[in-house]
Every structure is written in structure tokens, then in C-alpha cells.
Design a protein. Structure first.
Length: 403
């Protein structure tokens, strides 16, 4: 009974979470533009396309077998007009193949079961042809539908292909003409999230360096930095959707529906810049992980130096968060960047410490020098117009004693 009670409790928690998520989606859709409202629009458009196809095929044309047209119309209201056109072509080709092979098998075998046995294995193999994309399965489903209806003739074949073509035209037309889906907001949102989460990782590392940290701490930082790569992948996907959504969309219709111009999307250079930032954060956390590993030779800098370094990382993290806010609001100026003088002072003090370590030996110097270089790279990427004034004499370490 205890086990049953726990299972019921888990199910209740899952249901509660799903209801809460659904309620939050409804509130987001009602509050303003966003992914949830876009989902509502696409769902209503697909329903409308199916209804129009039914009215044309089933009511106006009085077709007793008008299923094919609304079925195809609903499926082809896709996330972009280009994908609607592409999938309409693929699906219509798949339906043609399924219809013709099923009809041919019915003629040869003169038996529905025999026709299915002959055509389905071949159609399911053909469905894997890359040219069909994700629409290949319609070769087999169309064959089942054709043979199950019990009427196979030249007229029936032409009739069903005509219904499929009608549904495809209606689905694509509704998607292109009614609130054409243009995904420009996603790029900005993903960039803002990437900048924000990068700042959070840097703040987490800075906070940890001020305290006692160990190998587990460094591993956690490395894992957090690795998760930023998933955000970069999401940004790449959003950029692809943004480009695709502008293809085959009619300019005046975008203006009519107040779709923002493509110029409002941050440039591709921003993607490359933040990808480089993530790479530097990953390298920094790996350096700390190597330093914390007792089986490795690098030695961590002393606590006072790490506190200086933590403060520099914290200021760079503030710059990331300020950039996230600017991207989120679409404001070219945005919130103020961290104090440059404070960053330059920290930078100079760390370079002095690096010179001092160079006089003592190479074990700790290598770690501090690597960490400082990675911080400089982060500073230069996150604040490209306000980067660090490099002291190349420090980087060269001229006072390192000869061995």
C-alpha cells in the first residue's frame, strides 16, 4: 500500500506540474508576443486550413471521400513558409508513390490483404529515401488508406491525388498569407540567455575562488561551462530558423502583420563573439580543474591573488549581464558597463603579481599567467570597444630566472 501511495503521489505531482506549465503558457500567450503566442497562432492556422479544405472538398465539391484534403492541409501548416513548401512537395510525391504502388498491387493480386502484403514492405523501404525527408512514411499510410477504402480505379487514384494537391495548396497558402511565421525574436532571446548564463557562470567561479575550493568545485564549474555549449547550439538553431523563416515570405504581408524587419536581428558576428566567449570560459574552468587535481604539477596561486582574480571575473560577469539586458530590450546603449578604471587597476595588480611569481619559479607562474590571459580574452570579447590595455612585457615574463 505504501508503494501504491507513493506512485499515486508521483503521478499527482506530474499532473500538477503539467497543469502549472499549461497555465503559465496560457498566461504568456495572453501577456504578449512570444513563443507561446506563436504556438497558439500556428495551431489556429492549422485548424483553419483543415476547416477550409473540408469546406472546399466536402461541402462545396460535395466529395464523399474528402478526408485527404483536410488531412494534408493540417499537416502542412509548418513553422516556416519555406518548410511548408518543401514538405508539401515531399509529401505529395510520397502520396503519389503510395497511391500508385498500392493501386498496382491491388490490380495484380485482386485482394486487399495481398495488396498490403506486397506493397507495404516495398513502400516502407522507399520511405527511407532521403529525398522524402520526414514525409516518407506517407507512402505507406497512403497505401493503407487507399486499400482500406475498397475502391481502386483510375478515377479513384486521380481523385485522391487531386485531393492531396488541393490540401497542400490550401495549407501552404494559409501559412503564407495569414500571419506568416517569421522567427526573428528567437535569435535575440537566445543571445540574451547565452550572455546572461555566461555572466552567471563567471560569478559562480568568482564566488568559489574567494572561498575554499577543491577538485569537486572545479569539476562543477567545468560542467556549468560545458552547459553553455548547449546554449550556443540553441543559438545556431535559432539563427537557422530565422534565415529560413524569411524565405518565401511576402514583404508587404510581413509589414501588414507588423513583423519586425530583418535588420532588427543581431548580426552573425554576435554569434561568433559569444561562441568565442564560451570557449574562453571553458578553457578557464579547465585550467582551474587541472590546478585542483592533486595528481597534476601546476600549483594554484595564493588566496590574496585569487581574490583579485575573482573580482576581475566578477566585473567581466557584470559586463555579460549588462550585455544580456541590452540584447533583451533591443537597446543599443543598454545599462552601463563595469568601471573600466577598476578593471584596469585589477589587471595591473595581477600583472605585478605575475612578475613576482616569475621571480620565484615556474610552477605557479604558469597557472596565473594562463588564467590572466584567459581573463584578458574574456574582457576583450565581452567588451570589444573597451578591452584591456595589454602589458606585453608582463606576458613575456622577462624576469623569469634562467634554468
Amino acid at each position: 500500500m505504501m508503494g501504491l501511495g507513493n506512485a499515486v503521489g508521483r503521478v499527482a505531482d506530474v499532473v500538477r506540474q503539467e497543469v502549472y506549465a499549461a497555465g503559465r503558457a496560457v498566461r504568456n500567450a495572453a501577456r504578449g508576443p512570444g513563443r507561446d503566442r506563436d504556438l497558439v497562432k500556428q495551431s489556429l492556422k492549422a485548424a483553419g486550413a483543415g476547416l477550409i479544405a473540408w469546406l472546399v472538398a466536402g461541402v462545396w465539391m460535395e466529395d464523399p471521400m474528402a478526408l485527404m484534403a483536410p488531412w494534408v492541409a493540417v499537416v502542412l501548416v509548418q513553422a516556416t513558409v519555406y518548410s511548408s513548401v518543401r514538405q508539401a512537395t515531399q509529401q505529395f510525391a510520397a502520396i503519389c508513390v503510395g497511391t500508385l504502388l498500392a493501386s498496382g498491387a491491388q490490380v495484380v493480386t485482386d485482394d486487399t490483404t495481398g495488396a498490403l502484403a506486397v506493397s507495404l514492405p516495398l513502400l516502407l523501404l522507399i520511405a527511407n529515401w532521403p529525398r522524402f525527408g520526414g514525409q516518407g512514411v506517407y507512402t505507406a499510410t497512403t497505401a493503407v488508406f487507399i486499400l482500406a477504402s475498397g475502391t481502386v480505379s483510375e478515377y479513384a487514384v486521380a481523385h485522391r491525388l487531386g485531393q492531396a494537391a488541393l490540401g497542400a495548396v490550401i495549407g501552404v497558402a494559409v501559412n503564407a498569407l495569414v500571419f506568416p511565421p517569421v522567427h526573428l525574436r528567437d535569435v535575440r532571446e537566445n543571445l540574451a540567455l547565452l550572455a546572461r548564463e555566461t555572466g552567471d557562470v563567471l560569478h559562480t567561479v568568482a564566488e568559489g575562488l574567494r572561498e575554499e575550493w577543491d577538485e569537486q568545485s572545479a569539476t562543477d564549474w567545468s560542467s556549468a561551462a560545458a552547459r553553455l555549449r548547449y546554449r550556443v547550439d540553441a543559438l545556431d538553431s535559432a539563427r537557422g530558423w530565422s534565415r529560413e523563416s524569411l524565405r518565401l515570405t511576402y514583404g508587404p504581408l510581413r509589414a501588414l502583420h507588423r513583423v519586425p524587419p530583418a535588420s532588427t536581428v543581431p548580426s552573425d558576428d554576435e554569434d561568433r563573439r559569444w561562441s568565442a566567449v564560451v570557449g574562453n570560459v571553458t578553457a578557464l574552468t579547465r585550467t582551474l580543474a587541472v590546478t585542483a587535481d592533486e595528481r597534476r604539477t601546476p600549483v594554484s596561486p595564493e588566496a590574496p591573488v585569487l581574490r583579485l582574480y575573482a573580482r576581475l571575473l566578477e566585473l567581466i560577469g557584470d559586463a555579460c549581464r549588462a550585455e544580456a539586458e541590452r540584447l533583451r530590450k533591443g537597446d543599443e546603449h543598454g545599462p552601463e558597463q563595469p568601471d573600466r578604471e577598476a578593471m584596469e587597476e585589477l589587471h595591473e595588480r595581477l600583472q605585478q603579481e605575475l612578475r613576482e611569481y616569475a621571480r620565484r619559479g615556474a610552477a605557479t607562474t604558469a597557472v596565473l599567467g594562463t588564467l590572466l590571459l584567459q581573463a584578458e580574452n574574456l574582457w576583450a570579447e565581452t567588451m570589444p570597444d573597451d578591452g584591456p590595455e595589454q602589458d606585453r612585457s608582463a606576458a613575456a615574463l622577462p624576469d623569469t630566472p634562467a634554468r
